[in-house]
Design a protein around this ligand. Structure first.
Ligand code: GLU
Length: 501
């Protein structure tokens, strides 16, 4: 069997480090077995998928030195490698299941589904949809269609028995069919669900091994059933341990910098980052910690893949990065590398207008804008609480600012809008409360170059990390308070919440 692996990211945000981690292991596995590594873009979620995120996937994978053998940008024999260009294929396959009576049209409305979910929750049932349209007669179907009702296509999941499959890391997994919902295969907009498109593509692209994160293991029984319905031979499944934060919980964007670009922009070396990622899920013979991609490919033994979650420990990453700095950059090249990273002409051209009129001597330069060139600002909570602002109020302001930026974007104008809105939402003093909190969060001081330009120039990834760091320093927002803040944010009215905390 020819080994073919793939990653199938969805272009709905900047690539999470987990995407690089999975890319790395898929590539290693393929290359260690003389196989091919494929990149497929799963962009069926039309609302959230964006072309710039697709570019971002290519760029970040290439940043750490991962190259794919087939993909949307380079082509290959199994294209198109972009799901939005494969709609006709999914429709054809789904029609086949309909014809064979293995799938059915379901006309249930969203209100009806909501009701069913509430009942399922009350009665402790694992499945939400009560299969009410599973056995409609042709006349009933026609009547619904004549009414102009929209429909989804669902898989007829067997009512009894078990789905049994082997995960190469976890062993045999068994799930009773009674616990599996009749999966939606086609949405009412005629687009396939992740499950349908993913299974069809893995089959047509002859993927031999599906190596993906543990969070997908609950989807696998559904994938097995879809494979069975089509009569496809399922690939081998390997679910890799998840990346965890140092708190032992899943590495999340809400708490940790998870974008690959944050690490690039913070001055980590791609080779070191790749080495670090591989250590997350794998241990080399003799516990060797510094090695190249070639070395791991040559000696790869799947039995050495870790079985429990891998802690994404930045201290370890720092140590590895330092080893690479020492061994792979000669002294004579060091300044060139630092210059390329943060002191390049492109960046300086953007920075100069911000500092031009604010220095008396060149000697003021670093004092004024050193915050652009450091990874940590050495803040304390007091600095983030001007006037009578409490730590939790400051957290609310910062979290809301982050939500605003995520909604409005990270350029100067968007930053300004996002910032001004805070004063309205919380009825806080713009100049004496909002601005000082933000100044300290991003620059570590109360004065400096213009704030909105500075945040925009810091860039989304580092700016986001600074917000998260400040929130953490202030004690964070509890799971109880977060939904209250979210509600106030949705209503654009946080005055009461702010005053009562
Ligand atoms: N589109 C899924 C993702 O965003 C693919 C998951 C899989 O590998 O099956 O990660």
């Amino acid at each position: 069997m020819k080994v073919r692996t793939r990653i199938a990211p969805s272009p709905t945000g900047h690539p999470h480090v987990g995407t690089l981690y999975m890319g790395l292991f898929n590539l290693i596995f393929a290359k260690a077995n003389n196989g091919s590594f494929i990149l497929r873009i799963e962009d069926t979620d039309q609302k959230r998928s964006r072309p710039e995120y697709e570019e971002s996937i290519y760029e970040s994978l290439r940043w750490i030195g991962l190259e794919w053998d087939e993909g949307p940008d380079i082509g290959g024999d199994y294209g198109s490698y972009k799901q939005s260009e494969r709609s006709a294929i999914y429709t054809k396959y789904c029609d086949q299941l309909l014809k064979e009576g293995k799938a059915y049209k379901c006309f249930t409305t969203s209100e009806e589904l909501d009701e069913m979910r509430i009942i399922a929750k009350k009665t402790g049932k694992k499945i939400g949809y009560d299969r009410r349209h599973r056995n409609l007669t042709p006349d009933e179907i026609k009547a619904f269609e004549d009414e102009g009702r929209s429909f989804v296509i669902r898989l007829k999941v067997p009512l009894t028995g078990e789905v049994v499959f082997k995960d190469e890391i976890k062993g045999i997994i068994k799930v009773p069919c009674a616990d599996i919902d009749d999966q939606v295969l086609m949405k009412s907009d005629g687009l396939p669900t992740y499950h349908l498109a993913n299974v069809i593509d893995d089959h047509l692209m002859e993927i031999s091994h599906v190596i993906r994160g543990d969070e997908w293991v609950s989807s696998t029984p559904k994938h097995i059933l879809i494979n069975e319905a089509f009569g496809f031979k399922p690939p081998v499944y390997i679910h890799m341990p998840l990346l965890l934060g140092t708190d032992g919980k899943k590495l999340s964007k809400r708490k940790n910098p998870t974008s690959a670009y944050f690490y690039r922009d913070s001055g980590y070396l791609p080779e070191a980052f790749l080495n670090f990622l591989s250590l997350m899920g794998y241990s080399m013979e003799g516990d060797k910690e510094i090695y190249s991609l070639d070395e791991i490919i040559k000696t790869f033994n799947p039995e050495r893949i870790g079985t429990s979650g891998a802690v994404f420990d930045v201290k370890k990453l720092d140590w590895i990065n330092q080893q690479y700095m020492i061994s792979s950059i000669e002294e004579k090249d060091l300044w060139g590398r630092i210059k390329d990273w943060g002191f390049n002409d492109e960046f300086m051209t953007k920075l100069m207008p911000l500092v031009h009129t604010r220095m008396k001597t060149f000697g003021d330069f670093i004092d004024l804008c050193g915050f652009f060139f450091v990874n940590h600002l050495h803040l304390n909570a007091e600095m983030l609480c001007p006037r009578k602002i409490t730590p939790i109020q400051s957290c609310f302001i910062l979290q809301t600012f982050l939500w605003n930026l995520e909604k409005n974007g990270w350029d100067k104008e968007a930053v300004e809008v996002s910032c001004k809105n805070l004063a309205e939402v919380f009825q806080a003093h713009f100049k004496k409360e909002i601005i000082p909190i933000l100044f300290v969060t991003f620059t570590g001081k109360l004065t400096g170059p213009p704030l909105f330009d500075s945040i925009a120039l810091l860039g989304e990834h580092r700016a986001r990390a600074r917000i998260l760091e400040a929130i953490k320093l202030l004690g964070g927002i509890s799971n109880k308070k977060m939904p209250l803040l979210q509600k106030a944010y949705d209503a654009q009215n946080g005055k009461e919440l702010f005053a009562n905390t």
